[in-house]
Design a protein around this ligand. Sequence first.
Ligand code: URA
Length: 310
Amino acid sequence: MMDESRRRAYLRAMGIDLWVPRGGAAAGDNGLLTTASAPAEPPRPPPAAPALAPPVALPPEPPPEPQSDSRWEPVWEPDWEPAPASHTAPVPADARPPLAPSGRQPRPGPTPPAVATLPPDPTGMDWDTLAATVAGCRACALCETRTQTVFGVGDRQARLLVIGEAPGADEDRAGEPFVGRAGQLLNRMLAAIGLDRDQVYIANILKCRPPGNRDPRPDEVEHCRGYLARQVALVRPRAILSVGRISAQTLLGTDTPVGRLRGRWFDYGPDAIPLRVTYHPAYLLRSPEYKGKAWEDLTALAKRLGDRAD
Ligand code: URA
């Protein structure tokens, strides 16, 4: 159990200003969060692509969202904004093609066109082969518009695997997931449960940026499916945190809104890895009133990670 002063320090780092009793006199005026509303991120059409894992059977009626075991709820600074982007992440070795023996990158030859066939089956690939395969992937049209692929980053033996949606403009430039404003909030969310960014592994459903940050298309998800499945198999995390609608719906093979997927555990994939859904940090930046829900998800995750011995 985290002691109170440490927890408060983490919460401050996450952007939580202070704690007040639920239902206190200032409720409603000061941004006090309750667990009563279950917001949904904007709906999207049902995915046509197969899920990354066999769909998880949802119970007919979702159980009520768990109530906090405390009478206290975090209150977020209403005007809180993360610091302006200052993180100029180096392009990780993961995301670069292997260097030539000389240490120099080989001169690129003519760029082959995107092909409409599935990429090679990554089952059995080691990390370096997988990273190089992703870096050279031309299986869908996103290869024409990307600056570079965004493979994944972090501890390859992490206890926690965070799975987002797809690179945005910042990630496309840096070659690393979650380096923009949403990434800074993700870092604070992880810090709130005592985890540094480099203690987890972070990957996305898609390895290339969809132009204009549009939703991934089913064929794009399908082409990237095996890459993420192999990353999951290589990391073998103790838990997965799925952030946002696209990640959750793709991983769980459902079109159920995030608001109904969060608040409970799923078993993911053949190894039944415990998976928790929460709101995407980009969504939380737009809708900070849901950070209290995200905090509930994070504490459940921290408890699950802590329950299992290292
Ligand atoms: N959003 C995501 O889902 N992934 C990133 O890498 C960046 C923003």
